[in-house]
Design a binder for this molecule. Structure first.
Ligand code: HEM
Length: 323
C-alpha cells in the first residue's frame, strides 16, 4: 500500500509539472502530448500506472475489511472521536472513493479521448471536428468550457489533499521509517508537498477554465496553426498506404512499358490502370474530408468568437488557409 502510494504521489507531482507547461506555453504542451502519445514507452507507463491504481485500491479494500473485522461493530473503543486519530485517517476509504469518482470523470474527459483513441486508430469527434490526440490544448478547451468541470475538479482536489496528506506520512510509518523525531518532520514535509501540488492543480484548473471560457484554445493563432499542421500530419499518415500503393503501381507500369511487349502486357496494364483510378478517387475523397475537417474547426472558432462578441460579428477571426 505504502509503495504504491509513493509511486502515485510521484505520478501526481509529475502530472502537475506537465500541466504547468500547458499554462506557460500551450504550443509546447501539445508537442509534449505528441511525444507521449501512444508510443510504446507511454503505453507501458500508462499500463504500469493503471496497475498501481488497481493494487492500491485492492489493498485499501482488504485493509479496511481487516480493520473492521478486528474492531467488530464498534470501530472505536470510546464513542468520542480520539484526538490522536485525525479526521482524514478515519475517512481514507471515503476520500479514496471521492478521488476515484473524480478520476472516472477525468479519464473520460482526457485519456479516453486522447491516448485510447490513438490506440484504437480513431479520432475523437467534437461538434463534427475530428481532433488529433496530440491537440491537448483543444481537449482542455472542450473540458473546461463546461461550468461543472472546475466544480468536479475542485471537489476531487480537496479529497485528494486529505487523502494524500494522510497517506504520505503514514506510509513512512508503514515502512517502519519513523521515530519520535522524524514522524513530526515527515508530517510537515507531507503537508507542504501536498499543499503545493494541490494548490498548483487548483490554480491550473482556474486558469484553464478562464482561458476556455475566453475560447483562447480555439482562437489563438499559433495554436490554430499548430492544429492545422497536426491535421495535415494525420492526413499524411492515414493516406500513406494508398500513396505508396500508387507509387508502386506507377513503378510496375513503367516496368511493363520497358519490357516492350505491349500486346501481352495490355491486360495487366489495364488492371493497374483501374486500381490507380480507384486509389485516386479514394484519396480525393479523403482529401476533401480532411479539408472539411479544417473548415469545420475554423467555423467552430468563428462561431465561438461571434457568440462571445456579437458586436464584432462582422469580422471573421480566421480564414481557411489555402493548400
Ligand atoms: C487541472 C487538473 C488536471 C488536468 C488539466 C489534467 C489533464 C490531463 C491530461 C491532458 C491527460 C492526458 C491524457 C492522455 O494523454 O492520454 C491526463 C491524464 C491523466 N491524469 Fe490528469 N489532469 C489533471 C489532474 C489530475 C489529477 C489530480 C490526477 C490524479 C489524481 C490525474 C490523473 C490522471 C491520470 C491517471 C491520467 C492517465 C495517465 C496515462 O494513462 O498516461 N490528473 N490528465
Amino acid at each position: 500500500m505504502a509503495l504504491t502510494g509513493i509511486c502515485l504521489v510521484l505520478f501526481v507531482t509529475f502530472h502537475v509539472l506537465m500541466n504547468a507547461v500547458a499554462i506557460c506555453c500551450p504550443v509546447a504542451y501539445n508537442k509534449v502530448c505528441l511525444a507521449l502519445g501512444a508510443n510504446w514507452y507511454a503505453l507501458v507507463a500508462s499500463m504500469g500506472l493503471g496497475l498501481l491504481f488497481i493494487v492500491h485500491i485492492i489493498y485499501a479494500l482488504v485493509l479496511t475489511v481487516q480493520n473492521r473485522k478486528a474492531r467488530g461493530n464498534d470501530r472505536y473503543a470510546v464513542s468520542a472521536r480520539p484526538k490522536s486519530v485525525e479526521w482524514s485517517s478515519q475517512n481514507m476509504l471515503v476520500l479514496g472513493i471521492v478521488v476515484l469518482a473524480f478520476l472516472g470523470v477525468h479519464i473520460v474527459q482526457f485519456w479516453a479521448r486522447m491516448q485510447a483513441q490513438e490506440v484504437m486508430g480513431s479520432l475523437y469527434t467534437y461538434e463534427g471536428v475530428q481532433i488529433p490526440a496530440a491537440a491537448g490544448s483543444l481537449f482542455l478547451q472542450i473540458a473546461f468550457q463546461s461550468w461543472w468541470t472546475p466544480v468536479v475538479y475542485i471537489i476531487g482536489f480537496a479529497a485528494l489533499w486529505f487523502h494524500m496528506n494522510h497517506g504520505f506520512w503514514s506510509m513512512w510509518q508503514s515502512c517502519g521509517w519513523d521515530n519520535q523525531v522524524w514522524l513530526p518532520r515527515w508530517k510537515k514535509i507531507a503537508c507542504w508537498w501536498v499543499t503545493i501540488v494541490i494548490g498548483l492543480f487548483t490554480i491550473q484548473a482556474i486558469v484553464f477554465t478562464v482561458r476556455a471560457n475566453q475560447n483562447y484554445y480555439l482562437t489563438d493563432s499559433a495554436l490554430m496553426n499548430q492544429y492545422q499542421e497536426m491535421f495535415d500530419e494525420h492526413f499524411e499518415v492515414v493516406s500513406e498506404p494508398l500513396t505508396s500503393e500508387m507509387k508502386d503501381i506507377q513503378r510496375q507500369a513503367q516496368q511493363l512499358q520497358n519490357s516492350g511487349d505491349m500486346f501481352t502486357n495490355q491486360i495487366e496494364m489495364q488492371k493497374l490502370n483501374e486500381r490507380f483510378m480507384e486509389i485516386r478517387s479514394q484519396l480525393e475523397q479523403m482529401y476533401a474530408e480532411h479539408n472539411d475537417n479544417i473548415t469545420r474547426l475554423m467555423d467552430l472558432a468563428n462561431a465561438k468568437e461571434t457568440a462571445a462578441a456579437p458586436a464584432e460579428a462582422a469580422a471573421p477571426a480566421l480564414e481557411p488557409t489555402e493548400e
